[in-house]
Design a protein around this ligand. Sequence first.
Ligand SMILES: Nc1nc2c(ncn2[C@@H]2O[C@H](COP(=O)(O)OP(=O)(O)O)[C@@H](O)[C@H]2O)c(=O)[nH]1
Ligand SMILES: [Mg+2]
Length: 451
Amino acid sequence: MLEKLSEALKKTTDKIANALFLDKNLVDTLVKDLQRALLEADVNVKVVLEITKKIKQTALDERIAGIEKKEHLIKLLHDELRALLGEKRTLALQEKNVWIVLGLYGQGKTTTLGKLASYYGKRGKKVCTLSLDVHRPAAALQLKQLSDKLKIPCFILPEEKNPSKIYKHFQEQLKAFDLVLIDTAGRDALSEELITELKTVVKLTKPTETFLVMAADVGQTAKKQAQAFKETAQITGVIITKMDSTAKAGGALTACAEVKAPILFIGTGEKPADLETFDPDTFLSRLLGMGDLASLMEKIHSVIDKDTIEAQQKRLQEGKFTLRDLQTQLESMESMGSMDKIMSMIPGLGKAKIPQEALDAQQAKVKRWKHAINSMTPKEIENPECIETEAGRIGRIAKGSGTTNAEIKALLKQYNMLKDMLKSQSSLEGKPLDQKTMMKFAKKFGKKMKL
Ligand SMILES: Nc1nc2c(ncn2[C@@H]2O[C@H](COP(=O)(O)OP(=O)(O)O)[C@@H](O)[C@H]2O)c(=O)[nH]1
Ligand SMILES: [Mg+2]
């Protein structure tokens, strides 16, 4: 059920959560992937463009930065998708219930009635079915067979062509049930004849709920259908069937929301048990592969700790960059996963094909650097210059951390390089580091990382 869309949405939120910097290239890719996925699921083109435009605007808005931007983006994506799925309506049973299903041929009316009978029968309701589908004698028999299998009483008069007569014939007996499920005839299209028939049937049976049954594969035409049926009868809810057999269910789902026809159930297979109540919040959580918005937000924070980032940014803005900062940088890199993932996040390096051995080597190097920094004294960490100028320090650190003198020297070289780069950046710009500068910095950092 919408697996491809779900995959794409999960990937998009992952990319946002993992991105070091949301630069234009990354945003463009994100937006393109999102557009493709939504369009493939048959969501209306105009709607898709509107959503992706908003996402792009937020992503490239320089007034919001860092982790806040990610939160903004994830929340925006979540809220926009949620709005597409429409209002939530919870179905409440009354003491006596008469439910009728309307819809065109082959949409799944009869099958769905069986599903509803099974669902509420199992929950202790006294349920029966009644066929007012007078256009094909086989239709009544189909409902009878289905009901028999489920041990649900079923009322039919297969030879009778007038639905009103059938209803009146059983009217008294129906009173014994908590829930009467009424099947009706469809047509290939919503004709005058069908409209008149449905109006008569609805007037006579006085349903407490009137459901429109539509197959998910009708796609965007769901909007027109739902609208037309709404005008014929007071549709109280929509049941979308065959969710299992199309990748384009996004069309029907969003089209119903557009005409404010709340979806109450979805059919996910041919068997009586293949019916699910539709809750737009739960449905979206499933699509995004996350419990709720809060857990999505968590995803961002688990990648990078906000306080660390802020503290580091502040230090950088003040022109301070010690080995401790390098260590934090290295640690946050490690906690984000393997080096190739990190590389793919650094703008400009994403597409470079880096051999696996080189990546492994780089990762091992970073690990050893971290050991080395752990073996340093606070003085050495805050003023790394003293390591080079005061004899004996390099040897001591190397020995203490199980590294070599050459490795310590390489680490210091990397540190000096980054520090110089930062210095030149700050003096060049003459202002505190903003996100743009950080991005440039990341680019250079990536390029100069010796692989
Ligand atoms: N895969 C799948 N098939 C369904 C679903 N609901 C109905 N069908 C099939 O769709 C066809 C038409 O269903 P039916 O209930 O006879 O449609 P009706 O003409 O509206 O009464 C049948 O072959 C059903 O088995 C569903 O949720 N998933
Ligand atoms: Mg039928």
